[in-house]
Design a protein around this ligand. Structure first.
Ligand SMILES: C[S@@+](CC[C@H](N)C(=O)[O-])C[C@H]1O[C@@H](n2cnc3c(N)ncnc32)[C@H](O)[C@@H]1O
Length: 458
């Protein structure tokens, strides 16, 4: 375990004055980075906890430093090993973190070099294990400020773990894998799903109306301060994540089960369309967030805490639901633009174990759909094992299901987001824009299946 750094002493009941401006933000960024690597925590959760006492500006800075370091980690590590004669000893691994966050600021952020260097050096002085490396950290970061740009790998594939690039090359071709890596090196825009008609909100929020109906903003800042948040007029949801629920064409009187529902983005879409929704999830904590989110939006659903791989209800009639949506737990490699920690917190073994869980949930869900009803299966993963292969396996074992292909133009879906089987396969390279900050989609897979037998759901 890492030792606890020596923190500036706080007079009781008072905030400690930071020695250097922005020091607390850098400390939170370094701690969050370590929480991802040492404790395997998700970045957002770590940042929420570690930047609680910071003002909004420092919170934003901490998030940006930690996310940029993770987003460019492969290249940063390669650069560091070129500038260090030998790696820092294991007991001083915090020193590597301070070098990485310092280099990320110098090379990729609009931060004065001296501020990036001085804060990393100051933070090194806070822990006995790194205090002896202050001189080295200072020298290496200054050298990176002088020579780093010229020595940086130009190809963004080096930013991502090799196993991911290999898998994407096999699935989509080497050129597309490279292009995906390039998009992952950038911050994603903010997409909102509007509860009703997007047009009036487009005017109030600014931004751009996407063909799929989402509103896209860039550099939006604190989302809770945007117009319409308090009124529950919209919720944050990547434009690709909003596609699967729309494939159901839900409406009043339709009974829909959302089997992996929390925190409720897709439940909200289904409920806003007027459907009678059962929102099921295994996690009580996440279901509480779902209930809060629906409360803010003024929407309702029946909430069930259960395991989607075994939950049964009224199956004697061949399943009680007109439609079932499975937004299955997955590796989330399609969301690396937004969550750069995912690239480093997942391993090939996770794809296999999640794939087994996805297959069990799919098999159980297939019994919950009435004859003629619709089953939509989606994952925010770029790995075919969690998407295309799951549907092939289900259809190989059940002749009461067939694909209901998605057609170009349906819900604004572009032809190149649909594979040969009529399934959605979005990539981060899709929806390109001349301003790269406004382009891209999360990587999503979604298949729509129909259970054979009358009556027809459509
Ligand atoms: C991708 S997230 C769902 C996101 C959600 N559909 C939305 O749009 O906001 C996957 C969810 O599956 C849940 N989950 C994981 N295993 C499950 C299981 N066996 N049964 C039910 N839910 C499960 C997780 O708790 C998580 O909330």
């Amino acid at each position: 375990m890492s030792e606890s750094p020596r923190r500036p002493r706080r007079p009781s009941g008072r905030q400690a004055a930071p020695v250097l401006p922005g020091l607390a933000a850098r400390r939170a960024a370094a701690d969050a980075f370590d929480a991802v690597f040492v404790n395997g925590r998700p970045l957002e959760e770590a940042l929420d906890r570690l930047s609680r006492d910071l003002d909004e500006r420092d919170r934003g800075l901490a998030r940006m430093i930690a996310a940029t370091t993770l987003r460019r980690l492969g290249s940063l590590r390669a650069l560091l090993s070129a500038f260090l004669e030998k790696p820092l000893p294991e007991k001083a691994r915090r020193g590597e973190t301070l070098l990485l966050i310092g280099a990320a600021q110098v090379l990729f952020m609009d931060v004065p070099d001296h501020a990036a260097v001085a804060t990393s050096v100051e933070l090194a002085g806070e822990a006995p294990s790194t205090a002896g490396f202050k001189g080295l950290i200072n020298a290496v970061l200054r050298r990176i400020a002088r020579e780093g740009r010229a020595r940086l790998e130009a190809d963004a594939v080096y930013d991502q773990p090799e196993w991911l690039i290999r898998g994407w090359s096999a699935a989509y071709g080497a050129e597309t894998a490279r292009a995906i890596a390039r998009t992952l090196a950038r911050e994603a825009p903010l997409d909102l799903t509007i509860k009703g008609d997007p047009q009036p909100w487009l005017e109030r929020l600014g931004g751009e109306l996407l063909p799929t109906g989402s509103i896209r903003l860039i550099e939006a800042g604190n989302v809770t301060a945007l117009p319409g948040f308090d009124e529950g007029a919209w919720w944050v949801q990547d434009a690709a994540a909003a596609i699967p629920a729309r494939l159901i064409h839900a409406g009043p009187g339709m009974r829909v089960a959302d089997l992996c529902a929390a925190p409720g983005g897709k439940t909200a879409q289904l409920a806003a369309a007027g459907a009678q929704v059962t929102a099921l999830d295994r996690s009580a904590v996440r279901l509480r967030r779902l209930a809060q989110n629906l409360g803010r939006l003024g929407l309702e659903a029946e909430v069930v805490e259960a395991d989607a791989a075994s939950w049964q209800v009224g199956t004697e009639k061949g399943g009680p639901f007109d439609a079932v949506l499975i937004d299955a737990p997955c590796s989330a490699t399609g969301t690396i633009r937004r969550h750069p920690d995912v690239a480093w917190s997942k391993a090939p073994a996770d794809i296999a174990s999640l794939g087994a869980l996805q297959a069990r949930i799919l098999r159980n869900a297939a019994d919950l759909v009435r004859p003629g009803g619709v089953l939509v299966y989606s994952t925010c993963s770029l790995e075919p094992e969690e998407g295309e292969r799951q549907i092939e396996a289900l259809l190989a074992g059940r002749d009461d299901y067939e694909r209901l292909p998605v057609l170009p133009g349906e819900n604004g879906v572009a032809a190149d987001w649909i594979n040969a089987a009529g399934e959605i396969r979005t990539l981060p390279t899709h929806l390109p824009h001349e301003d790269p900050r406004r382009g891209g989609l999360d990587g999503f897979f979604a298949a729509r299946l129909r259970r054979r037998g009358a009556p027809d759901a459509s």
